[in-house]
Design a protein around this ligand. Structure first.
Ligand SMILES: *[C@@H]1O[C@H](CO)[C@@H](O)[C@H](O)[C@H]1NC(C)=O
Length: 319
């Protein structure tokens, strides 16, 4: 094979490696937060330019960037540095190219940076330290209080939902959230990316009058003896609900009053009608009949203009 051909082949190999990702590669979060005394999981995935190997044929370690021989994790536990012995655990499956590392009982000076190293037990051992992609940890000494979301004024008898949540970086030992008020709770654990997680608890209950001016508290319990604010409290004001009785009582009393007035009117009218009818019937044989007879006579006299006229005419003559 000529020199040219060899160079060409070499280039082809490089090209293939780049195109098919056939290289040493690691993906980590370069910056992570960690709560002192809790745990932190450093997400990590890797690739190597060899045939896929089972977990048993892959040796993994994490070391500090400053001193590659200072292992914070080693698959041979005796080789881990004293400071980290028993505190680090590979939680990813190497066969699945997952090199995620858990550091437990986080200490104030565990800042790193830490780098992943892999050794393959192939015919000739392939090794690689990913010193260009290391992880720095920012220590958080005091937890900030959980976030509590709720309506300030709630209505009596209407179910309310309170939401409490915390963010953390310790998914292997999730924090727990608890409530001071009884009700139904739903917990959820969400991966919100970049090694951050969110635990959320939803509390649902139906407020009563007794809940007015009381407070609802959400308490977080982290893995480890974490310091900081563990509680968030919310004062609630319960508005009296316009319940059925609140609507029905005024409605019924209004209706009752209207009915009473109506009945009263009815009886009064009825009574007067009776009175009028009575008067009318009495007058048929009394004043009314006389009057009507008179008017009948009067009208007939006028109508004939004979005798009536004379009668009328005669009256003044007699005076
Ligand atoms: C790696 O393993 C951890 C622990 O089992 C898991 O939470 C994470 O999702 C894995 N990462 C990937 C990319 O599969």
């Amino acid at each position: 094979m000529g020199v040219r051909a060899r160079v060409l082949l070499c280039w082809l190999q490089v090209l293939c490696a780049v195109v098919f990702g056939d290289v040493w590669k690691v993906e980590v979060e370069s910056k992570m937060d960690a709560l002192v005394s809790s745990c932190v999981v450093l997400p990590c995935t890797f690739k190597y330019p060899a045939q896929e190997q089972p977990s048993s044929r892959i040796r993994a370690m994490w070391h500090t960037k400053k001193k590659p021989e200072e292992f914070i994790y080693h698959n041979d536990p005796t080789k881990a540095t004293e400071n980290f012995k028993g505190r680090t655990k590979l939680i990813g499956s190497l066969g699945d190219l997952n090199c995620s590392l858990e550091i437990d009982g986080v200490r104030n000076h565990d800042n790193g940076p830490y780098c992943f190293r892999v050794e393959l037990e192939t015919s000739e051992i392939d090794k690689y330290s990913f010193v260009d992609n290391c992880v720095t940890i920012k220590m958080i000494e005091k937890a900030s209080k959980p976030e509590l979301l709720a309506e300030t004024s709630v209505k009596e008898g209407q179910p309310v939902i309170f939401k409490c949540s915390v963010r953390h970086t310790c998914p292997s030992h999730q924090p727990t959230l608890s409530w001071s008020h009884p009700g139904t709770t739903i917990m959820s654990y969400k991966d919100i990316g970049h090694g951050n997680w969110e635990v959320e608890s939803l509390l649902t209950f139906t407020p009563t009058k007794e809940d007015d001016h009381s407070s609802v508290t959400c308490t977080v319990k982290y893995h480890g003896s974490v310091e900081g604010e563990m509680q968030a409290t919310h004062q609630i004001t319960v508005k009296e609900q316009a319940t059925l009785s609140h609507i029905l009582i005024p409605a019924i009393s209004g209706l009752g009053a209207a009915l009473l007035v109506g009945l009263l009117c009815f009886f009064v009218v009825k009574r007067y009608k009776n009175r009028i009818a009575e008067l009318q019937s009495r007058n048929d044989n009394g004043m009314w009949s006389r009057l009507s007879r008179m008017s009948r006579r009067f009208r007939s006299g006028e109508g004939s203009s004979g005798t009536g006229g004379r009668e009328q005419g005669q009256v003044p003559k007699n005076f």
